[in-house]
Design a protein around this ligand. Structure first.
Ligand SMILES: Cc1cc2nc3c(=O)[nH]c(=O)nc-3n(C[C@H](O)[C@H](O)[C@H](O)COP(=O)(O)OP(=O)(O)OC[C@H]3O[C@@H](n4cnc5c(N)ncnc54)[C@H](O)[C@@H]3O)c2cc1C
Length: 429
């Protein structure tokens, strides 16, 4: 009778690490890690979207980076805007824009009629905080591309922590004096080798003596009788007095009976899936940069990144680069139905179109698709998430992790949440 953890992603593995008691992790896939798994193309390792380690919480960051050796890298990200490269964040490099667009952004920022309003959705927040120019040229198209959702139908939970850029910084940036924004992400860590999955490997080693890991496993039923949880699987029956769900809510709720009201709320929780396309090319025009954000609507991907930036272990030996493109899509939308070949062809054509990688230089590529990538903060997200989570909490089911809590949690936040939950359970058990 111990702790049953359902899902062996970062949340499940870090929970087992922080718990004093023994636990059992039941993981569906043959490999632990969930979104923190890494893959290889011609021995070059890549993640499900490059996973940079950074945090405002220095204690958590040092806890994570103590698990494995990391390189510390300085951000070098660009926004691809109408054939120009603008340093990220956009408002810190307005001088890179054409003169009329630069003035549009600066003047609307300094004389912003929306400043006085309380924002009720993401679009209003952008207009209030950044003004019309920066919103219309970059923030709105980029966000609508990654979320595949109209910014007027998204709430402000995710953006409300974004500080208003200092006026002087934006004025300087328009004059051609570059400034830095979002400084907590300016430097980031990345494992020296093995990709982000190295974190999971390190955690798996540390939890081995106190954790039973069962994978791949097919869960059949979950029941609770007399305060004892019983999980029946294709690998046997597991029991525990504490049940922690770390898998996506949409998956977990298929194993239990929930009232209609909760089912309706669950059905209305929206998320994006993602196609990850990796290309290897003899040469490219991306320079010594890591990521490029691409707000242009006629280009299929929203972000591209160059693995070479991450260190010598991520570079092809005989020169050339490994480049990743990311395409989000809502399940059921037209992008969900594209075949791998169509995706690959379109991505290569679009790289060629924006002249960052020429078609003829690509010598290998692969496409992978992942169902749960981003929680969408639509206008009803809070209400629906609270309905589902409060029902589960009343059933004494703990939830921890990105899709288990249905929040935009990065790795540092997952760590924070699993640490807090483990501390609470360590005291109780
Ligand atoms: C494209 C992309 C880029 C990202 N970049 C960054 C970044 O740069 N920096 C950063 O800090 N974070 C980043 N993240 C976020 C990071 O990946 C997550 O915060 C973290 O991996 C979430 O871990 P988790 O354990 O909560 O969820 P998951 O990784 O989703 O784990 C859930 C686990 O449950 C398992 N499961 C599902 N169904 C079942 C079932 N029926 N039975 C048993 N097990 C099941 C899954 O297989 C999986 O292992 C990124 C995420 C994405 C999608």
């Amino acid at each position: 009778m111990g702790v049953l953890i359902l899902g062996g992603g970062l949340a499940g593995c870090s929970l087992a690490y922080f718990l004093d008691s023994n636990s059992v992790i039941l993981e569906k896939e043959a490999r632990l890690g969930g979104l923190c798994r890494s893959y290889q193309l011609n021995n070059i390792i890549y993640d499900i979207g490059p996973h940079a380690l950074f945090s405002k919480n220095k204690e958590v960051l040092s806890q994570i980076t103590s698990l494995t050796e990391t390189n510390v890298l300085r951000r070098s990200n660009k926004i691809y805007h109408k054939n120009r490269l603008v340093k990220y964040p956009f408002e810190n490099d307005l001088a890179a824009l054409a003169e009329t667009e630069r003035d549009y952004c600066l003047k609307e920022f300094l004389n912003n009629p929306y400043e006085v309003y309380h924002p009720h959705n993401m679009l209003q927040f952008f207009l209030k905080t950044f003004g019309e120019g920066i919103t219309k040229l970059y923030l709105q198209p980029y966000n609508e591309k990654i979320w595949k959702f109209d910014a007027a139908f998204m709430d402000t939970q995710m953006v409300e922590r974004i500080p208003k850029p200092p006026k002087d910084d934006v004025i300087q940036s328009a004059r051609g004096i570059p400034t830095e924004g979002y400084t907590h992400q300016l430097y980031f860590h990345y494992p020296c080798e093995g990709g982000i999955e190295q974190l999971i490997t390190a955690l798996a080693k540390r939890i081995a003596s106190k954790t039973t890991i069962v994978n791949p496993v097919g869960i059949r039923t979950i029941e609770c009788n007399n305060k004892c949880w019983t999980v029946e699987t294709d690998q046997g029956i597991f029991t525990g007095e504490t049940l922690i769900n770390c898998m996506p809510l949409h998956e977990f709720c298929t194993y239990i009976k929930i009232p209609q009201k909760v089912q309706t709320a669950l059905n209305n929780l929206k998320y994006n899936s993602i196609h990850i396309i990796v290309l290897q090319a003899r040469k490219d025009n991306m320079g010594d940069n890591f990521a490029f954000y691409v707000p242009e609507r006629n280009i299929i991907f929203h972000r591209i990144s160059k693995m070479n930036f991450l260190g010598k272990n991520y570079c092809l030996k005989d020169k050339g680069s490994t480049i990743m493109a990311e395409i989000t899509y809502r399940p059921g939308s037209y992008l969900a139905d594209l075949s791998r070949d169509e995706i690959r062809r379109t991505v290569i054509d679009d790289f060629d179109k924006i002249d960052l990688v020429k078609k003829n230089d690509v010598f290998d590529s692969e496409v992978r698709t992942f169902q749960y990538a981003y929680v969408i903060y639509d206008l009803d997200h809070r209400k629906n998430t609270d309905t589902v989570l409060s029902y589960l909490a009343n059933q004494k089911i703990f939830c921890c992790g990105r899709f288990a809590e249905f929040e935009y949690l990065n790795m540092d936040a997952v760590f924070e949440h699993s640490y807090a939950l483990a501390q609470k359970l360590n005291e109780e058990l």
